[in-house]
Design a protein. Structure first.
Length: 115
């Protein structure tokens, strides 16, 4: 009988915040947005909505989003809009883009197909 290996860093999620040279507030996400990690994404977005009119979320480093994670990304988007802040997904990983297209949510997030 083999023991389960410890989770690898790719199983988690990191969300870093910075303001780019053009002044755009940006969250850079790396890892997986899942039932275990989605609240981190939602909390980071919520913590910034009172200070910013828009937030970019760079998902180039996110290669997997489960159904709960997708729901939490949508919930973060909707709660931000409710207080006058727009969240835009940018540089979306191809696998996540496929999920957004399949679920017909790509247009909701207004993510740029060229990103």
């Amino acid at each position: 009988m083999t023991a389960n290996p410890p989770p690898t860093p790719q199983d988690g999620l990191t969300v870093d915040f910075f303001v780019d040279a053009g002044g755009a507030p940006t969250l850079v996400c790396r890892g997986r947005i899942t039932v275990e990690t989605a609240n981190l994404f939602k909390a980071k977005v919520k913590s910034l909505t009172t200070e910013h009119k828009y937030i970019l979320a760079d998902l180039s480093g996110v290669d997997f989003v489960d159904s709960f994670g997708l729901g939490q990304v949508l919930a973060a988007y909707l709660s931000a809009r409710a207080v006058g802040c727009e969240v835009k997904l940018i540089k979306v990983h191809p696998r996540v883009r496929d999920l957004l297209n399949l679920s017909r949510l790509a247009s909701v997030f207004e993510e740029d197909a060229a990103s």
